[in-house]
Ligand binder design. Structure first.
Ligand SMILES: [Zn+2]
Length: 319
């Protein structure tokens, strides 16, 4: 018995020391540049962390379980931004709350990195080409209609360019770390390329190629891997679908042989359950955001693998 007690405590202490370093970085004196980077959503925070390593402190604004579409920043987050060198955001209208926040902070040294800048965004009509419902979108002030769809990080090929943007911004903020950032960015891009190949291989075998998602999170993913987002439950995330919209989605699910309706952990699944029950499908959860401490979704790459597995369960060839 005694022989196990010591290693057990040693591991416990090691974990306790190491674990907070995953996000609330206690920077290594030699390597840390002292710069602080604030990211809006978890996937971006993780990508920054992969490139910045232990040279920068990375702070995530959006708490796990929150949606950037409905988020309200707190006063504590204003103070985080006051001390930051970089604010990394998606853009494309996803973080409309960020402008106000940044104005309130008045940190003139803060540089903004907008992942969507320079990317041709998918617009309302292209999001799910299977339906003709989109003339109505502008009527109820749909965000994606005005800005283009913001969910670019769910296409790993687009993420390769985002990694480069983050790499350049880190070098500008901390020139002494150039070699360090370049090496890490290069290595991480190779990992993302492998992820892309893996998703390509697995999705190529999907027997069902259309899906219904909770909100329009997956059009970039669908385009990359030749799938079709045939419908969404909530056109505007946080606004419950009307009975007419529910009826239409049920008919999409029935006519395309869809076996599962995808809900999302950041929103209520009740509409998805009602639709699935009516259409004879089941409800599975796709997570576009993930977060530290969410099993299997605690890095961008793990999150994408998790979603691939869920999709494979619903659309793949089976075992
Ligand atoms: Zn979204």
């Amino acid at each position: 018995m005694k022989r196990f007690v010591l290693p057990f405590f040693a591991i416990l202490i090691a974990v306790a020391i190491w674990y907070p370093g995953a996000f609330r970085q206690l920077p290594d004196r030699k390597r840390s540049s002292g710069i602080k980077v604030v990211a809006s959503i978890f996937p971006l925070a993780d990508i920054v962390r992969q490139v910045a390593g232990d040279r920068a402190e990375v702070v995530l604004l959006l708490p796990a379980g929150a949606s950037p579409h409905t988020f309200e920043p707190t006063p504590g987050q204003v103070s985080e931004l006051g001390k930051a060198s970089l604010f990394v955001q998606v853009g494309a209208g996803l973080e409309l709350w960020a402008d106000k926040l940044i104005n309130a902070v008045g940190n003139s040294g803060l540089k903004r990195v907008t992942a969507a800048q320079g990317i041709a965004l998918i617009t309302g009509e292209e999001e799910h080409s299977g339906s003709d419902e989109h003339e109505e979108e502008t009527e109820h002030g749909h965000d994606h209609g005005k800005f283009g769809n913001p969910h670019i990080w769910l296409d790993p090929a687009i993420v390769l360019g985002i990694v480069t943007k983050i790499e350049e911004a880190l070098i500008e903020a901390d020139p002494a770390g150039e070699d360090y950032y370049r090496n890490r960015a290069e290595r991480y891009r190779r990992e993302v390329e492998l992820l892309d190949k893996e998703i390509e291989r697995k999705t190529a075998k999907f027997v069902i190629r259309e899906f219904v998602s909770f909100h329009s999170s997956w059009p970039y993913f669908a385009r990359r891997y030749n799938l079709k987002q045939a419908g969404v439950i909530e056109e505007t995330p946080g606004r419950e679908p009307t009975p007419r919209e529910i009826k239409e989605i049920i008919s999409v699910v029935r006519s395309s042989g869809i076996k599962a309706v995808f809900a999302e952990p950041q929103f209520s699944a009740s509409a998805a359950r009602a639709i699935a029950e009516n259409a004879g499908a089941k409800v599975l959860f796709l997570d576009p955001l993930g977060g530290d401490g969410i099993p299997g979704c605690d890095s961008y790459i793990n999150l994408m693998r998790h979603n691939l597995k869920i999709m494979n369960d619903a659309m793949g060839p089976g075992k």
